[in-house]
Design a protein around this ligand. Structure first.
Ligand code: MN
Length: 723
């Protein structure tokens, strides 16, 4: 176990003026607090916080972080309290330990919804001070290194959580070394067989190609020296997990992987990076498509380096990374490199200004504040964590970093939510292009906008950034709701008009308790969505109102026996005007889209229940083909000029765009049709199936409405549905 003086020495090596007394106090305090506690390995627990602190001294972090690392498990696992820590070590270290204590209670691979919520809490706990995250990552790294002592179930859960959350977070913070080790350790625990197989291959390969690696290192060093560039060249093997991922992604075998080795060329200055690149490219042919310049456009986690692949000595593919010492430090330690001990101890603000990784963290946390549900949030964040980046520019040269696969729509939302919401087209590198083009590195994107737009709902599934998806969802939810309330309003107005009663929002508000809704808008939306019937609303507002219901309900026959040829009695107006049936026979229309005058009709007898009227073209009649006894001849018995209405059902295919439903409703209203209910079902990204139950006077009336609907641009197809 690390001794007290060793800890102090480690810190003093890179920070000679470190607060020795603070480190000593933390050491003693944690040692006393943990006392004789043991880890699963049987070792003294106190060794764990010391190892965590040691990892952080390798990253040269300030003494407050080191002290917090030593103390990180005291509040959760011992008698120590936060008040005591605050009193003994001050509020800054207190806040770090508090953040770590909170995170410790989170379980990030629990049920999906809880996982999202917990991840949200994790990010909020590290929001105030990114050093909390650095200690947490070091804590996780040490736990992963000693995971073998845990029971298998727990091991798997912790490895999963590490691979899904902590390794990508380390990557996003630019701490590549740590990310790779976390990935490899997770991989080893989650899939020991695959891990062993790859490791075995790697060892064999190393033995075989040791000479080749030396040779390439030598050749590169010599060539660069000849150009006056003093470079440090080192070959390194790729990590098991990154090889495994490549094998999975490209479905290739280990033998087919040509770039197991990568070489790093560390030079003195930025200028030398490009000169070294020139030397490499003039010495060996480069492999097209592999050259990337992350120096002129750094990755979002601040990573800077030049990547290229050449066909090198012995026709071997050689992958090269060229960068300066400083860039190399950032490549390995990322955000922690910015937290390197410098002047101004504990100056956390430096992180905010210097590090893009920190800016990413802030943005992610801001997204939390927009209040989507945690599950959605997790999906977005994971997506953002795992994707590679593309870098694009606004016409004014502002750099916009996006996940790979991003479209100009993502770009627009990344610039500003309003730009996204009003985007109607785009120019990529000066050329008009579809909004669904996949953006490439370096593209200059100009968004064409039109005010007063609502983004099509279909975009939601096409964008890749969380911000765009959340914004589109918000915008379309609002638009869809507006559409439904508008439709509900139309339906209700007509229903009240029919009932001969005045309608107003005020009256509706008075009836809210009876309708069990909290707002008038809720009622309108419910009616628009077909969840509530207009008649129910009329009755709720006017409890004394008695409506005669026809649709789908049983009614007594109003006609005389067949052949009587006389007008039926007074009940006719409320009944179904059909001839050909016994007076006492219950009669109703087929439930799925009835018949209207003008249709040729037939009655089907169900003993004990009555007669159901079908239009002769109804496909449902096929069910009765073998039962001729049940078929009854009926015909319409309607007075000329009758104002009675009959139920019909139509099915439309409408284009998914805001306002299309309102246009459809308007056509029906203009033709004096009454909508009883509307049912919508998204069919594809572009089309929605809309089923409308309406009442009309007769077939001519219905056909006129259908013809008018077919003429609408937003309607691609209309069919009448009959049973
Ligand atoms: Mn711990």
């Amino acid at each position: 176990m690390m001794r007290q003086y060793e800890l102090v020495e480690r810190v003093k090596r890179y920070n000679p003026s470190a607060d020795e007394a603070l480190l000593n106090r933390a050491y003693v305090y944690a040692m006393m607090a943990h006392g004789n506690q043991k880890r699963a390995s049987g070792d003294l627990f106190f060794g764990h916080p010391l190892e965590v602190a040691a990892i952080l001294t390798d990253m040269k972090l300030d003494e407050a972080t080191i002290a917090a690392a030593v103390l990180h498990d005291t509040v959760e696992d011992t008698e120590a309290t936060l008040e005591e820590i605050n009193k003994t070590f001050g509020p800054q270290i207190g806040a770090l330990v508090d953040g770590l204590t909170k995170i410790k209670r989170l379980d990030l691979v629990s049920k999906r919804a809880a996982q999202g919520e917990n991840f949200r809490k994790l990010l909020l706990a590290i929001a105030d001070d990114v050093r909390v995250l650095l200690v947490k990552l070091a804590d996780r790294l040490h736990n992963m290194r000693t995971l073998g002592f845990m029971p298998p179930e727990k091991r798997k859960r912790i490895a999963e959580e590490t691979l899904e959350i902590y390794a990508p977070l380390a990557g996003r913070m630019g701490i590549q070394e740590m990310r790779e080790e976390l990935e490899d350790l997770s991989f080893q625990n989650l899939d020991p067989e695959a891990y062993e197989a790859i490791n075995r291959h790697l060892h064999e390969l190393t033995a075989k190609s040791e000479k080749l690696v030396d040779e390439i290192e030598q050749t590169l060093t010599t060539k660069l020296k000849a150009q006056g560039i003093d470079a440090h060249v080192s070959g390194r093997q790729k990590r098991p997990y990154s090889i495994w991922r490549k094998m999975e992604r490209k479905s290739v075998s280990f033998e087919q992987l040509s770039d197991i080795f990568a070489f790093r060329i560390i030079v003195g200055t930025l200028d030398e990076c490009y000169r070294a690149l020139g030397t490499v490219h003039t010495s060996w042919p480069m492999v097209p498509g592999r050259y990337k310049d992350y120096i002129s456009t750094p990755k979002q986690n601040d990573y800077r380096s030049i990547h290229t692949t050449v066909i090198g000595p012995g026709s071997q593919r050689v992958e090269l990374q060229i960068r300066t010492q400083e860039m190399d430090e950032i490549a390995e330690y990322g955000i922690a490199a910015h937290a390197l001990y410098k002047e101004g101890v504990n100056d956390n603000s430096r992180l905010a200004t210097e590090s893009r990784a920190y800016q990413w963290l802030r943005r992610t946390i801001d997204l939390l504040a927009e209040g989507d549900n945690p599950e959605e949030f997790l999906e977005h964040t994971k997506l953002e964590l795992f994707h590679d980046q593309v870098f694009c520019f606004t016409p004014k040269g502002r750099l916009i970093a996006l996940p790979r696969g991003a479209t100009p729509i993502d770009f627009a939302y990344a610039v500003h939510t309003d730009v996204g919401n009003t985007a109607v087209g785009c120019k990529i590198n000066g050329r008009m292009s579809p909004l669904l083009t996949e953006l490439q590195n370096g593209d200059e994107v100009e968004i064409v906008r039109a005010e007063g737009q609502t983004p099509p709902a279909a975009w939601e599934s096409l964008v890749v950034t969380g911000k765009a998806r959340a914004s589109i969802r918000r915008a379309t939810r609002a638009a869809v709701r507006r559409q439904y309330t508008g439709l509900g309003h139309q339906i209700l107005e007509r229903a009240f008009e029919r009932a001969g009663r005045p309608f107003s929002d005020e009256k509706l508000k008075g009836a809210l308790p009876r309708l069990a809704r909290v707002s008038a808008e809720d009622v309108l939306a419910a009616v628009g969505r077909g969840e509530m019937f207009s008649g129910d609303v009329v009755r709720a507002v006017y409890p004394d109102y008695k409506e005669e219901r026809r649709t789908g309900t049983e009614t007594r026959i109003a006609g005389e026996p067949d052949g009587a040829g006389e007008k039926s009695s007074g009940e006719q107006s409320s009944g179904i005007p059909i001839r050909g049936l016994n007076k006492d026979m219950p009669i109703r229309f087929a439930p799925e889209g009835g018949a209207v005058p003008g249709d040729r009709i037939v009655g089907i007898l169900t003993p004990g229940e009555g007669v159901t009227i079908y239009p002769i073209q109804s496909s449902a009649l096929a069910d009765f083909d073998n039962e001729p006894d049940r078929w009854i001849d009926v015909r319409w018995d309607l007075e000329f000029g009758s104002t009675q209405r009959f139920p019909a059902r139509i099915k439309l295919q409408s284009i998914n765009e805001p306002g299309s439903l309102a246009q459809i409703a308007q056509v029906i209203a203009d033709h004096d049709g009454n909508i009883d209910s509307v049912n919508m079902k998204r069919r594809t990204q572009d089309f929605t199936d809309v089923t409308i139950d309406l009442t009309v006077w007769d077939l001519k009336h219905l056909n006129a409405i259908i013809a008018e609907l077919r003429a609408k641009r937003v309607v691609s197809r209309v069919d009448r549905i009959t049973g």
